[in-house]
Every structure is written in C-alpha cells, then in structure tokens.
Design a binder for this molecule. Structure first.
Ligand SMILES: [Zn+2]
Length: 361
C-alpha cells in the first residue's frame, strides 16, 4: 500500500508538471503569434506606394521603429488570442526595397527644341512687299511737272513779244529810264561776251530768240520779234513800246548774264516793281524761272523786282520779264547757251511758262 500511494503521488506530480508546462507554453507562444499577424496586416492593408514614398521623401524616419511600437502595444492584447505558434510569417520587411520606381523625372528633355523662330520671316516679307507699293506712287509725278523736250502746248490766241537784247552797235544816246522819272539812261548797249565761246551776247540771244519764235508759233502763238537782225538801232524804250502797242500777253526780253565771279551761273528773272501788274509780276517771274529750271536742269536763282530797267519800266501794262538765261562769264553756262539742244530746252521752258500764263488769264 505504501508503494501504491507513493506511485500515485509521483504520477500526480508528473501530471501537474505536464499541465503547468503546457499552460506555460500556451502563454508564451500566444502573444508572439499575435504580433506577427499585426505586422502582416499593417503592410498589406496600407498602399505599398504610400509606404515607399514616405520612405524616400523622409529618409530620417525609420518605419521599423513604428512597427516596433505597434507590436509592443499589440502584445498586451495578444494574450486572449490563440496560442498557436506561427512564426513563419516573418518575411514582411521585404516590401521596403520597392522604391525602385523613384527615377521618374529625367526622360522628358525633348520638349525644349520649339520652332518658335519661324513666324518672324513672315513679318519681314510683309515689310519688303510694302516698300515697292510706294514706288509706283512716286513715278507718275514727273510726267505732271517736267515738260518733255517734245511736249507741245496749245498757245493759240496768245500774243508773245520776244525782244532779243542788245544789238551789234550800242547807242549811247539817252532816254528816260521810266515814265515816272526824269532819270536818263543809254538807249541800248552791246551786252557781254562769252568767256569760252567768245561770242557776243546780242548774237547768242538773237539765235535763241529766233528758235523760240519758231517753237511758239508752232504751238499756235502770235509771236512778234523786236528785232530779227543784229544790225539794228532800237532803244530799250522803243522795244517796250512794241509790247505795249501789241497788248502782249507775255513780253519776254532775252539776255545773258555777266558776273564778277566766273563760278556764278544759273537762271535769273527780273521784273518791274511798279505798275498795275506789280503785285503779280514776282509770282509770274517765279513761274518762268521754275519752268526754265525744270526744262534745262539749270539752277533758278530767283526773281528780282526793281525799277532799274527802262525796258520793263515802260511796259508795266503787260506782263514783262527780263530773262537771264545763263552766265556768259561762266564757261559751262557759256558753252550751253550756244548748244543747240540746250537752246531748244530753253524754248520748251518758255513754252511751258506761256501755257501757264494762258491758263491764268
Ligand atoms: Zn544783256
């Protein structure tokens, strides 16, 4: 009996030890498994991309520390759950190496070569096209103003008195310089002489005057010459009287100028500063000078009004002009005045002026 009792107590102790051991094992394994499950649910439930982004954006944060705290908190809850050991789930930290997608920014440098420069050439082309349009506008002008050498004007109905100045032999007798003056002046002088041609003025002006007569008559004008020869004796007052007696629409006295300087050249016009037409004489004189300048290409020096010339002072009742066609003291002007083509240009300029005077009547 003693032996049985002893065996029974030993068996009881062993059984108790087994039970205690089993319970102890259950308590130990249970919480460990719980922590492993929470780890897994954490990584699976969250968006993996979010995890990786937080990882890469803030390298200082270490996600393992966060799971460690969660694990510790969960351990307290773990005791109630199943004690079944399942430590095989440990490989959860393997999701961290996913940040391989980060190198996104580089591949888009192709957008830089924009072809923005192309619209500029269109602007330049429009500019160039605009310039030629202005050119045709200027071209029609010359036909209006410049009378071509062959241009014909209708001078019908006009009476034009041409007085080639001077004569071969001067007449030093005197006559009144003006109707309103007692001052006396030589009747007529011989004029100047060409510095290069050597020709006398009276000869050159008659040559041009005769051509002018033919030109103006050809355009229908009635032309009266004060002289057609160099061998005459007609005073300046007598020549003016011819213009007055014929009621000239234009009384034109042809002369060549002489200057102290051989460089002086160009066209000059002189008119009377007194009389019923005095207010218009300078304006008309400028018409004459400009017509001559346009026809010949020579410089117009201007119109001077005075009472210096007896041949004008005695013809104030008609438009009267003393035209200096050029300087015989200038070699180039002198040469031109004896040039046939240039003489015709002078005649054309006078014709243009007479036509302007006709339209002004
Ligand atoms: Zn003269």
């Amino acid at each position: 009996m003693k032996k049985n009792k002893r065996m029974l107590s030993i068996m009881t102790v062993i059984t108790c030890l087994l039970v205690i051991t089993t319970v102890a094992l259950l308590f130990l394994i249970g919480p460990w498994k719980k922590s492993a499950e929470t780890k897994e649910s954490l990584s699976n439930g969250k968006d993996p991309t979010n995890v990786t982004t937080t990882l890469t954006e803030d390298s200082s944060e270490t996600p393992p520390s966060i799971t460690a705290t969660e694990a510790t908190s969960s351990t307290s809850e773990e005791s109630t759950t199943e004690p079944t050991p399942a430590p095989t789930d440990t490989p959860t930290p393997t999701e961290t190496p996913t940040p391989t997608e980060t190198p996104t920014p580089s591949p888009e440098p192709t957008a830089t070569p924009e072809p923005t420069a192309t619209p500029e050439p269109t602007e330049s082309t429009t500019e160039t096209t605009a310039e030629p349009t202005t050119v045709p506008e200027t071209t029609p002008e010359p036909t209006k103003t410049t009378p071509n050498p062959g241009t014909s004007y209708d001078l019908s109905g006009m009476v034009i008195v041409i007085d080639p100045g001077h004569q071969r032999h001067a007449n030093s007798d005197t006559e009144s310089v003006a109707p309103w003056s007692d001052e006396k002046k030589a009747k007529v002088s011989a004029g100047t002489k060409g510095v290069s041609t050597g020709r006398p003025e009276y000869e050159v002006v008659l040559e041009i005057g005769l051509k002018m007569r033919d030109v103006l008559q050809g355009m229908g004008a009635t032309v009266i010459m004060t002289r057609t020869s160099n061998d005459v004796d007609i005073s300046n007052v007598e020549r003016a009287q011819i213009a007055v007696d014929n009621n000239a629409d234009v009384f034109l006295r042809l002369h060549c100028d002489a200057g102290d300087s051989s460089s002086s050249r160009g066209i000059g016009v002189f008119v009377c500063s007194r009389g019923e037409l005095a207010d218009s004489q300078v304006k008309w004189g400028n018409w004459l000078g400009n017509c001559l300048a346009e026809a010949t290409g020579s410089k117009y020096r201007g119109c001077d009004a005075s009472t210096r010339y007896s041949g004008l002072n005695w013809a104030t009742s008609v438009p009267s002009f003393l035209l200096e066609m050029g300087f015989m003291t200038n070699s180039e002007d002198d040469r031109l005045l004896s040039d046939s083509d240039y003489q015709m240009k002078i005649c054309q300029g006078v014709a243009a002026f007479c036509y302007k005077m006709k339209q002004n009547r």
